[in-house]
Design a protein around this ligand. Structure first.
Ligand SMILES: Nc1nc2c(ncn2[C@@H]2O[C@H](COP(=O)(O)OP(=O)(O)OP(=O)(O)O)[C@@H](O)[C@H]2O)c(=O)[nH]1
Ligand SMILES: [Mg+2]
Length: 465
């Protein structure tokens, strides 16, 4: 039998969170979890693989159905301790076609193949003697074992469970697969490492790899966020126009395309970040669309996004610039006559479309028939912070979410509203790079890297690693 990597079978009564524990420990969102007892009907292996190497393997199993009957069978013949495992094997063999013991046979298989045992109970339900047959059977297998108390609901019977489990298991831990954070996960692995001496080194190495890997995920997310910002701020949408000047339909069309593009870029970026964290199946709570959030932001208050007065001053968009005189901001800092290529500038076009704080619109081209209208790059100084706040919040939610938790990620304005989320120094760095991104010049590799490093340090502050 190969001892290449540690194996753990997660077993227990039906509906106690076995599959949830497997999902969280294996970082696997495909493990089937439901509140219907008997959801898991077959044992299934979930190897935790990093860079092609299996670090450890978890087995999800169905719950015990007839533990008492099985134990009676085991005890039907007197055997010495050294023969007990063999007798369990015998039971499995003789009942391999017996539908009454289907679930027992399934859950025993990985254990009989050498897996350590993780026995799961629900600490929010009182202890009862009916669990004793299960624990006794596990003892018969002779495999190393530990118990996990999962508190599914509020009521707390942990102490009585501890007393009972202490008779059967050397190690008893409390672990909640729906709320476990990174350090709780690591602490559990530390315990699992002690189950069998040959496994210790392997599990400890898993812990190291996990830590490195998590850092890498944070770094990959930072890179994706940077690309999102660079791409969104520098984007220019262009549309060929029929006449000398753009008519209002054309203006509207180009603006809609511009917004739609930015929304797509954001969606794509969020999707990629979710992939980094292996949470691709989570639904997002319908969030306020990007530009609606933008509108809200300009109309209401800056503090909505955790940008206080001070931040507003630094980002240069305080007060009137946002309300009455959007045009100032639109024109501010950019020369509109960039040489003869620019045929005309549509003054007030933005205002016409209720989009005055976002970007300028210009008509380019010298000859009739080759004229086009352009919108972008993004001029609004606050837009990048909205984009950034959304992306960072989403990353943080994904990073801190155990894989058993399949609930939607909430991303409304309220959850996004918070205290200061970026320190002054980082913001100054970001602001400089936002300027570079919206300058319309080619974005330099170096700028992107500098941006990514700043984002990474913000994320490292927010996410446990
Ligand atoms: N709130 C909360 N719910 C949990 C927790 N663990 C499990 N659950 C819920 O309990 C139900 C059963 O969880 P599963 O992981 O499917 O349980 P199981 O032991 O694999 O169940 P079977 O496969 O049917 O034996 C699901 O609805 C889970 O969402 C927890 O720690 N907290
Ligand atoms: Mg299950």
């Amino acid at each position: 039998m190969s001892e290449a990597h540690p194996k753990f079978a997660v077993v227990g009564h039906p509906n106690k969170g076995k599959s949830s524990i497997v999902s969280t420990l294996a970082h696997d969102e495909t493990v089937q979890i439901s509140d219907i007892p008997g959801t898991t009907t077959k044992q299934r292996s979930f190897p935790l693989q990093i860079d092609g190497e299996i670090l450890y393997e978890l087995f999800d199993t169905p719950g015990f159905q007839r533990a008492r009957a099985m134990l009676e069978w085991l005890e039907g013949e007197e055997v010495s301790a050294d023969r007990k495992a063999e007798r369990v094997r015998r039971f499995a063999y003789e009942h391999r076609e017996d539908p009454r013991f289907h679930d027992e046979i399934e859950l025993l298989e990985p254990i009989l193949n050498g897996a350590g045992i993780i026995y799961v109970v629900d600490g929010s339900k009182p202890y009862g003697a009916e669990y004793e047959a299960e624990m006794e059977i596990l003892r018969w297998t002779g495999q190393p074992s530990m118990a996990l108390i999962n508190l599914i609901d509020e009521t707390d019977y942990v102490e009585e469970w501890r007393r009972a489990l202490g008779h059967y298991f050397r190690m008893v831990r409390v672990f909640n697969p729906m709320e476990a954070n990174f350090s709780q996960h690591i602490a559990l692995l530390e315990s699992m490492a002690q189950l069998r001496e040959e496994w210790t080194a392997s599990v400890k190495r898993s812990i190291e790899i996990f830590t490195v890997y998590r850092r890498q995920k944070i770094s990959d997310s930072a890179q994706l966020v940077s690309e999102l910002l660079a791409e969104s701020l520098s984007h220019v949408e262009s549309l060929a126009i029929a006449g000398e000047e753009a008519d209002s339909k054309e203006k509207e069309k180009v603006l809609e395309r511009y917004k739609a593009h930015l929304r797509r870029v954001e969606e794509r970026s969020h999707r990629k970040i979710a992939e980094v964290w292996n949470h691709t199946r989570l639904e997002k709570e319908a969030q306020l669309p990007l530009f609606q959030e933008m509108d809200l932001f300009s109309r209401e208050s800056a503090s909505l996004f955790g940008l206080g007065k001070k931040e507003m001053v630094i980002t240069g968009a305080a007060g009137g610039a946002l309300t009455g005189s959007g045009v100032d901001l639109m024109l501010g800092g950019t020369s509109l006559m960039l040489g003869s290529a620019i045929g005309a500038v549509i003054g007030g076009a933005g205002a016409l479309l209720g989009f005055n704080e976002i970007a300028e619109m210009k008509v380019l081209g010298q000859k009739l028939g080759s004229r086009r209208i352009e919108v972008g790059p993004m001029q609004n100084r606050n837009f990048p912070y909205i984009l950034l706040r959304r992306a960072l919040y989403y990353t943080q939610e994904l990073a801190n979410r155990p894989h058993a938790d399949r609930s939607r990620i909430q991303m409304d304005s309220e959850t996004l509203t918070g205290s200061q989320w970026v320190d002054d120094e980082s913001r100054k760095k970001l602001e400089k790079l936002h300027q570079a991104f919206r300058s319309g010049n080619v974005i330099k590799e170096k700028a992107l890297r500098a941006y990514s490093e700043t984002i990474e340090s913000i994320l490292l502050n927010q996410i446990e690693h």
